[in-house]
Design a protein around this ligand. Structure first.
Ligand code: SF4
Ligand code: FES
Length: 248
């Protein structure tokens, strides 16, 4: 395949950015999108040009760092991570726009790389449990209902990529925060901090500048882990419960 990629280039956080077109020839349909960028970067380096900065780590869909907006959609045309997106999703001759995740709380570091540490600070505000130290307890020491275990596991698959934020017109991180609240709130180990967790995480979400949820639903449509929209309802139920009981 021969394609053109128009890539957002920005020298630093305060620099002005612009879309720069690059012709990329002999692209294999089996390459991942990131491998295609690797090839482009090798060619840019050979030509003495500055390679494109983009974030990545596991390249297996589990770390959440490969945050690119491709043709206007976070992670591109498939509901997966950018590292799991393959060039067979595109056609010979295509022109593909590649931009960073855009949201106020995700400042651009360089080119396609943004700072998503605001999500880490939301987790630090409440995404933990208190547990006594010592040897690991037996797996069956604290029974968990199958339904709760399944929903907790589903919520725990959130990889913190931030696609839900990047697609939301409000720049809301509510799907992310609700996944963390739900994951711990459904398990016995998460009960001691349950009431304070939801309030503290939402306060931090506001402090970071994320917008509020107005039930648009784009977040769940681009979430690579399929976190369902109802997860936000679970957070709202926890919040109401916490406020009714006056929090911790
Ligand atoms: S809820 Fe989905 S889109 Fe949002 S951070 Fe988690 S995995 Fe990414
Ligand atoms: S590089 Fe880890 S999820 Fe894509």
């Amino acid at each position: 395949m021969n394609i053109t990629v128009k890539v957002w280039r920005q020298d630093g956080p305060e620099a002005e950015g612009r879309m720069v077109p690059y012709e990329v020839e002999d692209v294999s349909e089996h390459m991942s999108f990131l491998e295609m960028l690797d090839v482009l970067n090798e060619r840019l380096t050979m030509r003495g040009e500055e390679p494109i900065t983009f974030d990545h780590d596991c390249r297996e869909g589990i770390c959440g760092s490969c945050d690119l907006v491709i043709d206007g959609v976070p992670h591109g045309p498939q509901q997966t991570t950018t590292c799991q997106l393959h060039m067979r999703s595109f056609n010979d001759g295509d022109t593909i726009d590649v931009e960073p995740f855009r949201a106020g709380p995700f400042p651009i570091i360089k080119d396609l790389m943004v700072d998503r540490s605001a999500l880490d600070r939301i987790i630090q505000a409440g995404g933990f449990i208190s547990a006594p130290t010592g040897t690991a307890p037996d797996a069956h020491a604290a029974p968990v209902a199958k339904n709760d275990a399944d929903h907790a596991f589903d919520a725990a698959t959130c990889i913190g990529c931030g696609a839900c934020v990047a697609v939301c017109p409000n720049g809301s991180s509510m799907l992310f925060t609700s996944a963390k609240v739900t994951h711990l709130g459904l398990l016995p180990q998460g009960q001691p901090e349950r009431k304070s967790r939801v309030v503290n995480m939402l306060n931090q979400q506001d402090a970071e500048g994320f917008g509020g949820c107005t039930n648009i639903g784009d977040c769940t449509a681009v979430c690579p882990k399929g976190i369902p929209f109802e997860t936000i309802s679970r957070l709202n139920r926890d919040l109401l419960g916490s406020l009714a009981r006056g929090g911790d």
